[in-house]
Design a protein around this ligand. Structure first.
Ligand code: CA2
Length: 147
């Protein structure tokens, strides 16, 4: 089976250490375990980078190879047309995920550029959003296989 790729953007390696009222107390390592448990038998590539170019390279690497992408682009959600363009080239379903409910936050956090190309968007479920996103992605992958 093709892998699914879970990409995490800048500062998410610091989860659980600051601003628990917004982002909770779960660390990224714990989120990785939750995400893997939601995809039994499916290869999961779970990655985090603070670098825009690294995230773009991982999206390119997934294209033509991976079944789908879950991405929390973090602050690049609001700034990176380069990541948006890379996602547009990806040939499978994409689930965009935010731990916090970005729509309840300051205006600069509300309009994600990525949503224009995502198959689905999950916001505000905290760390639990990751296993939900993985299950949703696998359903979307299955839908494509049947069409
Ligand atoms: O809610 C999310 O998942 C976000 O994508 C997180 C981004 C933020 O820019 C988006 O608006 C929503 C920021 C991640 C910051 O990561 C932190 C990690 C530890 C402590 C504080 C922030």
């Amino acid at each position: 089976m093709k892998p699914i790729v879970i990409l995490n953007g800048p500062n998410l390696n610091r989860l659980g250490m600051r601003e628990p009222e917004i982002y909770g107390t779960t660390t990224l390592a714990e989120i990785e375990a939750m995400a893997r448990a939601a995809a039994p038998g499916v290869p999961v590539e779970f990655r985090q980078s603070n670098s825009e170019s690294q995230l773009i390279d991982w999206i390119h690497d997934a294209t033509g190879r991976a079944a789908g992408i879950v991405i929390n682009p973090a602050a690049y959600s609001f700034t990176s047309i380069a990541i948006l363009d890379a996602l547009k080239m990806f040939d499978g379903p994409i689930v965009e995920l935010h731990i916090s409910n970005i729509h309840r936050r300051e205006p600069m956090y509300q309009r994600s550029l990525m949503s224009a190309t995502a198959s689905a968007v999950i916001v505000g479920l905290g760390a639990r959003g990751y296993p939900h996103a993985v299950r949703a992605l696998l359903e979307l992958v299955g839908d494509r296989g049947r069409s």
